[in-house]
Design a protein around this ligand. Structure first.
Ligand code: IMP
Length: 184
């Protein structure tokens, strides 16, 4: 128990997550191999993690990708309920590196309404990357409010509130090694 809530059940065990992350890594390796510029001084493929919930997934996924890959991160926060429908988000931390001349692989923990990713995708595409794809560990398609579809998807889950493996409820539970369900 963390905070004032209790885990109701395990949705995905650490083993299930590890197996799926390895599969995603193998698939991404196969798809991106032809895109690698072996002569470039820095990798031309960049994994863009969306902080903070993505940290465990990002760390496991990049180690399952057997290609040169640069790391970068963004942190965003929603403006709040008033603007939630517009999907406007505030960029708290932007990329350190240029997106131009790189293949961007945006790494997310969960796609829920899709508003955050729609905003980010549009924002990143304006920087003229060579390509942009999205990988998410979890996908809640029932709650989607935009047309965004992740290119790689770890697990489709029902409309439940999940925590663990990076995902939080008021900063609690991020360090659980599995994904659990809590009552909202
Ligand atoms: P979206 O813009 O609605 O797709 O919001 C995605 C963000 O909402 C994620 O990056 C999470 O921070 C948060 N989120 C959505 N569903 C859950 C959940 O079930 N548990 C924890 N965080 C969630």
């Amino acid at each position: 128990m963390q905070g004032d809530r209790t885990i109701e059940g395990v949705l995905l065990s650490a083993e299930q997550i590890a197996i799926r992350v390895r599969e995603l890594g193998a698939q991404i390796t196969a798809d991106y191999k032809p895109l690698v510029d072996w002569t470039a001084p820095q990798p031309n493929i960049m994994a863009v993690g969306i902080l903070k919930g993505v940290v465990p997934f990002y760390a496991d996924l990049v180690r399952a990708i057997d290609l040169p890959i640069a790391f970068d991160f963004m942190a965003v926060s929603s403006y709040g309920a008033a603007t939630a429908t517009s999907g406007t988000v505030r960029i708290l931390k932007d990329l350190d590196k240029a997106a131009e001349d790189r293949h961007l692989l945006v790494v997310e923990d969960i796609v829920d309404t899709g508003l955050t990713l729609s905003y980010l995708k549009e924002n990143l595409l304006r920087r003229n990357p060579l390509s942009l794809k999205i990988v998410t560990l979890l996908n809640k398609p029932e709650r989607r409010k935009t047309s965004i579809t992740p290119d790689y998807n770890g697990f489709e889950i029902p409309d439940v509130f999940v925590v663990g493996y990076g995902l939080d409820c008021g900063e609690n539970y991020r360090n659980l090694p599995y994904i659990g369900i809590i009552r909202t």
